[in-house]
Design a protein around this ligand. Structure first.
Ligand code: HEM
Length: 425
């Protein structure tokens, strides 16, 4: 049965993703009937191709010279400035799509660059993510996870996102930036604002959003000046004290890179912790396997990140005509690589809709693939793994209770609040 026009249109609508059952139904039908599907845009935009099969997402991701991420070709997100503005009742000339908002004054970060510029910018911060650097961080991640969980002692219930899931990634980000831990609350708030432009609870008013961005830019510039004088081993120093084509890093690119790290290192890991805890509490037999045998946790980390798909899609723009599965993509066409769908591809996994902590099988697509493969993937896995070990040792029956609220966005799978019961009643 062909996928209806209404379903195609609904993929542009953040409301559709408030409950993941609906988009999963549409993607399952698309994978079966029309894996490369044209989707019109409700706001009158030109439309885009939905890429829903695992192999096709990989194929396109391997061709960054044909399928561009560059913001001059449209960047990596789909919604139009108009759509964001309408949703949040913000004037369009002042507010653009969430990630573009981050591109201060024409600045670019690696995620919205193509080769060869991309690799130059990626190399700047790569020393922060080497296996040796991450090994050295592990004990501190464990210590922080323990302190976060210690704070729950004596409580029977808590709001999991603010008490646990948000804390570890943002504490680690403050550490990687070498800024005061007290500043982590600001990093958390800014990151929500960058991503939550489509959520009226977050983008409450134009003044609020713009005020926060000015504050963020001021904060980032303070660090820029400081690290020029007092260089260290942190990510900010790596960005500030570097050269691009023989020139010092320009301020606009620095600000964009700062914003990218604030969002990428924060939201996604938080959502894998909260989404993973939700999945374990909905599948108590799987949770019990990890309690009985913690050596299964690395496998469970893979399954959680497949299951949760913290990033729902990334966009590309075709710079050449290209044919995939007999469908002709034309120069200038937009494409959405739906990781959410690729991670449920029936050709890759048996029973992809079953949460199975011992699954194994092919690598999920949640970290992307190819040129832009997530630079922080291992850091995210280590944080999630350590947190699970520490948490399940203390709270083997931790269970989500009550209503889970989600951010209104089709870009991230983001849980805003999730009440949990820590111990068996
Ligand atoms: C579970 C956690 C995470 C998920 C699901 C995730 C997901 C992704 C995805 C899908 C991309 C690819 C973008 C594209 O192809 O256009 C990406 C890129 C990136 N991620 Fe992550 N990420 C996570 C954690 C992190 C962390 C902890 C950091 C840093 C502290 C980070 C930093 C980045 C950066 C800098 C890029 C851009 C890489 C490039 O363009 O070459 N991410 N991430």
């Amino acid at each position: 049965m062909p996928v209806s026009e209404a379903d195609r249109l609904s993929l542009s609508d953040s409301e559709t993703f408030q409950d993941h059952a609906k988009p999963h139904r549409i993607f399952t039908q698309l994978r079966a009937e029309e894996p490369v599907a044209w989707c019109p845009e409700p706001w009158g935009g030109p439309g885009f191709w939905s890429i829903t099969k695992y192999d096709d997402i990989q194929e396109i991701s391997k061709l960054p010279k044909i399928f561009s991420s560059d913001q001059n070709h449209g960047g990596v997100t789909l919604p139009s400035p108009e759509m964001i503005a309408n949703r949040a009742n913000l004037p369009k000339q002042e507010v653009q799509s969430p990630l573009e908002l981050a591109q201060f004054e024409g600045g670019r970060s690696m995620i919205t660059m193509d080769p060869p510029d991309h690799i130059q910018h990626r190399r700047m911060v790569a020393p922060g993510f080497t296996p040796n650097t991450l090994d050295a961080l592990e004990p501190r991640i464990r210590e922080r996870a323990q302190v976060i969980l210690d704070a729950l002692d004596g409580q029977e219930e808590c709001e999991f996102v603010s008490a646990v899931a948000a804390e570890l990634p943002v504490q680690m980000l403050a550490e990687l930036f070498n800024v005061a831990q007290a500043d982590r609350h600001k990093l958390f708030e800014w990151s929500n604002l960058i991503i939550g432009g489509d959520d009226p609870d977050i983008a409450v008013s134009r003044e609020h959003v713009m005020g926060a961005f000015m504050e963020l830019a001021g904060y980032a510039m303070g660090l820029f000046e400081d690290r020029k004088k007092n260089p260290g081993n942190d990510l900010i120093t790596m960005l500030v004290n570097t050269e691009v084509d023989g020139q010092p890093m320009n301020v606009a690119d620095y600000l964009s890179a700062f914003v990218l790290l604030v969002v990428a290192g924060n939201e996604t890991t938080r959502n894998s912790i909260s989404g993973g805890t939700l999945a374990l509490s909905q599948n108590p037999a799987e949770r019990q396997k990890l309690v009985d045998d913690p050596s299964l946790i690395p496998q469970a980390v893979d399954e959680i990140i497949r299951w949760v798909h913290p990033v729902v899609y990334m966009r590309r723009t075709a710079l050449e005509d290209y044919e995939i599965r007999g469908v002709k993509i034309k120069t200038g066409d937009k494409l959405a690589l739906w990781y959410m769908s690729g991670n449920r591809d029936e050709d890759k996994w048996d029973e992809p809709f079953t949460f199975n902590v011992t699954r194994g099988g092919p690598r999920h697509l949640s970290f992307g693939y190819g040129q832009h493969l997530c630079i922080g993937w291992r850091l995210a896995e280590i944080q999630l793994g350590i947190l699970l070990e520490e948490m399940l040792a203390r709270y083997p029956t931790i269970t989500a209770t009550g209503e889970v609220t989600r951010m209104r966005t089709n870009f991230l799978n983001s849980i805003k609040t999730m009440p949990v019961r820590l111990s068996a009643a």
